[in-house]
Design a protein around this ligand. Sequence first.
Ligand SMILES: [Zn+2]
Length: 256
Amino acid sequence: MTGFRASGDLSVMDLKMDALLLRAVDYGENDRMVTLLTAERGKIGAAMKGVRKAGAKLRFASQPFCFAEYVLAEKGGRNTVTQASLHDGFYDLRTNVGAYYAAACVTEVCDLFAMENMAAGPLLVCAVTALGEIEQNLAAPDPALVKFLAEAVMLAGYPLSAGDCPVCGKKLSGRRYFDLQTGAFNCSDCAVGVPASPSTYDAIRSALYSIDKTFPDGEGAHAEADGYRRALRLLRAYIAYQTDAALPALSQYVAL
Ligand SMILES: [Zn+2]
């Protein structure tokens, strides 16, 4: 929603959008610069004045993982948050360090894949869903994070599949290989890419099935806990290979 109002010489445009806070950096005495993920405009930067003061009305909206309806005043190409009404603060994430770091991986990857002035509705939905799922299962955030990363890479245009060997057509058994160029697993005879365990493959299959219930033969796909952890390492390597991004939060998370 947008609206214009006059303010001196420069016109001010109000933007009202649902957004997830991806990043916040302190500046000045009491201010923060935030990076928001919106459906309509993708990534958008905005100043939040005075939010570091104790008791500041909009303090909540400058916190990590805040999902809110933000009102931004846009003037001369700069945005300032003037109002916010909370949808979900995901506050329980702060009670568990592992879940908190998993959530930080979600916002880090959104920050990487989202662009300014490019609609990002599906990524926003996927990220907010993931934060909710991580919050619902604080002790075991890996399956939700694998599902999020799998969906996010595909939304960003990188393929990801876990079927039969795409090179020779054989059904996979035993050790597999993951091709970092094509995002597909192949067999130990073809052996293209990096080695991957059956449990890694199972975790990716289970994520693909939870994203799309029509995924062939995916019903009942599940993986052991270490499979999800290995799948996270694989997805980190895949994203790093495709984008050259350092991914500090995800790299630290998979090293835990
Ligand atoms: Zn093969």
